[in-house]
Design a protein around this ligand. Structure first.
Ligand code: KIV
Length: 258
């Protein structure tokens, strides 16, 4: 049976939800075969695949291109696509139009960065038939305001604001939340407070699930990975080695060897 938003919600009381990012049909198929629950076509495609420094260069057209590629695989996993930079505080008609295109490109839901301030917009989207995955804590699309990536919820005021964000998004109808770089104790409190799942990234072990960028967890990157990442493989090394073996085989006329 294919995973839908209800399946993701029902896992909260059963076991941790397993999520990762995918940006193309090959990785989507492999991740799906591995039994991952939720595949996010993240705007991290910008930094992971497209060579940008931040996610703010990622456009709706890019997200549609990658969402379509991922969706050509008939996955069992739920496919969620990121609403890119600049949309969440735009006029509702523009936000709806962008979400509609992402859903029509094959996503089953849209992820939107932001807390209480965008809750009314999210409510209107959910009422219009767009399932929404919320995203609180570190919001990479706010990097120009933030200056650098950091942990959230260390002060009492920030912890309170995060709890308010989580409640507002749950009330607005989000089917689940991503909690990025939230202090472990606050993430635990949020997970216990809301009925919807809190899927953590860099937010400790008490969340209702975990998400990692696929290239980071596979060790398929040329960049440094965040400190909370565990690389379960070192594919970069395998790739370099395979290219080198191919190069040597060609130079030594060992390939092709009919
Ligand atoms: O775009 C992305 O990959 C994300 C995850 C880091 C949650 O938002």
């Amino acid at each position: 049976m294919n995973t839908n938003i209800q399946t993701i919600q029902s896992l909260k009381s059963v076991r941790p939800i397993v999520a990762t990012t995918v940006y193309d049909s090959v990785m989507a198929q492999l991740a799906d075969q591995s039994g991952i629950d939720l595949l996010l076509v993240g705007d991290s495609v910008g930094t992971t695949i497209l060579g940008f420094e931040t996610t703010i260069n990622v456009t709706l057209e890019m997200m549609l291109h990658h969402t379509s590629a991922v969706s050509r695989v008939q996955t069992k996993a739920l496919i969620v696509s990121d609403l890119p930079y600049g949309y969440s505080h735009d006029a509702f008609e523009h936000i709806f139009e962008a979400c509609r295109k992402l859903i029509q490109a094959g996503a089953s839901a849209v992820k939107i960065e932001g807390g209480s301030s965008i809750a009314p917009t999210i409510k209107r989207l959910v009422d219009s038939g767009i399932p929404v995955l919320g995203h609180i804590g570190l919001l990479p699309q706010q990097i120009k305001n933030l200056g650098k990536y950091r942990k959230f919820g260390k002060t009492e005021a920030e912890a309170k604001a995060l709890m308010q964000d989580a409640t507002a998004l749950e009330d607005a109808g989000c089917f689940a939340l991503i909690g990025e770089m939230i202090s472990e104790t606050v993430a635990k409190e949020i997970s216990e407070m809301v009925k919807i799942p809190l899927i953590g990234i860099g937010s400790g072990v008490h969340c209702d699930g975990q998400i990692l960028v696929s290239n980071d967890l596979l060790g398929l990157t040329t960049k440094a990975v965040p400190s909370f990442v565990h690389s379960f493989s070192n594919l970069s090394e395998n790739v370099i080695q395979s290219f080198q073996e191919y190069k040597n085989a060609v130079i030594e006329r060992k390939y092709p060897n009919e």
